[in-house]
Design a protein. Sequence first.
Length: 365
Amino acid sequence: MIMYTDDTIQTIDRFVTHVSTVPANLGQTVGLALREKVAASVAASAKPPVVLFVHGGFSPSNVAYDLDYKDNYSFMRVLARAGYDVFAMTHTAYGSSPKPMMDDPTNVDPSQQHLLIPHVLKEVTQPRYRFKLVSSRTEHDEVEAVVKFIMDLRKVEKISLIGWSTGTPRAGGFAAMHPDKVDKLVLYGPAPYFPSDTPPNPFPEVGAPMLLQGWDRLMVERWENDCKSEGQIEHAEIREVMWKALMQEDGLGAHWTADGRGIMRAPNRMNFGWRSNIGNIKAPTLFMLGEFDNYVNRLPTWGGLKMDNRVFIKVGSSSHFMQYERVRFVLHKAALEWLKSATVEGQRFAELQSDRDGKLAPLVL
C-alpha cells in the first residue's frame, strides 16, 4: 500500500554551481537548474530518502517529471507525497540551465534550418559554431555535481536515480561510475545502445550545436503514431498542456515559428559509452519499457544489466510517453515499491509484463 503524507508539498527551485566541461563554455562557472519537491515533515527529518530524476534528450525535467496538470501527472509529486525528498535536475542546453551557442538560429543543424525559414532565417546557412554541443562525458559531470550538492544538502551517503529515455544512459552511466553513491535505479523508456563506446576523436565532434523538434515531430510522429490501444491517452488535452509547458521552459524557441506554435530546442549530443557502462551498474535496477515504445530496438539494453537484483516490466498499452498516459499508475506503483524494497510484488529478479489495468504476469517473449 502506498502511504501518502498529509502535509503540504513544497516546491523549491535552485541552481547548482558547476564548472562547465561543455566545450562551448569550458571552465565557466554555471548554474544547473534543480527542482525539489518535498513534504515539510520529510525536509525536517534527518537523512530523508532521496530520489533524483534525470531527464532525456528533449524534455527538461520540469516537464518530464513535474507537469502541472491534475493530481498525478507529476511523477515528482507522487513520490513526494509518499515520503521521499525528490529532486529533478536540468542539464546544460535545456530549460533554465545554460544554453551556450543556442540563441543564434544559424547554429541549428542545417538539415533542420528549413523549419525556421522565412520567419527567423532567410536561407540555410552554415553554423557559426561548427561543433556538436554536449557529450555523455559532460552530462555525467553534471550529474556528479548535482548528486554531490544533494548529498551535502541532505547529509546522505547514497541517493536513488530515475531516468527516462536518454536519461537512462545519463543516470545509468553515473551509477556505473559511482556505485558507492547510488542506492537504487529506476530506468524506463531506455535509450537504445549508442553506436560508439568511445568519445569522438577529435573532440568536440564537427557539426552543429543545436537540434529542433516541432509539434508534428513530437506529438504525431513520436507519440500519436504509437498510441495503438483504446484509451491509451486518458486526457486528450494533455498534449496541449505538455507543449505549453515545453514552450515556457524553452523561452526563445516559442517565438521561432511563424504559426505561433513554437519549436523545441535541444543540444546536438556526442553520445557514447552506454553499452559498456550498463554492464557495470551495481545498484538494484527496475527496468520498464512500453510495448509500443520502439520495443525491439530498446529491449537489448535490458540484457546488458548483470546485477542479481533486477526486474523488467513490459508495460502494456503504453508508448515512450507512459508518464502522460493511462498506465502512468503502473509506473508510479512499481517505482514506489522498488525505491522502498528493491522488489516488484516481492520479487527481486523477474521478467514481467503488465496489462492495461496494471496486472502483472510472467513475460511472454
